[in-house]
Design a protein. Structure first.
Length: 89
């Protein structure tokens, strides 16, 4: 189960990293909340949604860490619910 949760965290880190690469590689127009890309970013990186809602900026390193931690927590919840009674390892 530890390996699966670690995999969730790695996926979260990779998703935030891909969004960071996208932001560095493109010169996007001013991003507004109505932009469809921003909706996708907020859905896949919950720390961005919190930063937008509470009006605070998040550095790249903290967003990578926070997204990995968020996905690890989601993985912990999913793996805990996925276990069947009597099959715990």
């Amino acid at each position: 189960m530890k390996h699966r949760i670690a995999a969730w965290a790695i996926v979260g880190f990779a998703i935030a990293g891909c969004w960071a690469l996208y932001a560095f590689a493109t010169t996007p127009p001013p991003i507004t909340s109505a932009d469809p890309i921003m909706t996708l970013v907020e859905f896949t990186c919950p720390v961005v949604l919190a930063g937008t809602y509470f009006h605070f900026g998040v550095s790249l390193y903290w967003s990578l860490f926070a997204n990995a931690a968020t996905y690890a927590l989601l993985g912990l919840i999913a793996e805990t619910l996925r276990q069947r009674p009597g099959h715990a390892k």
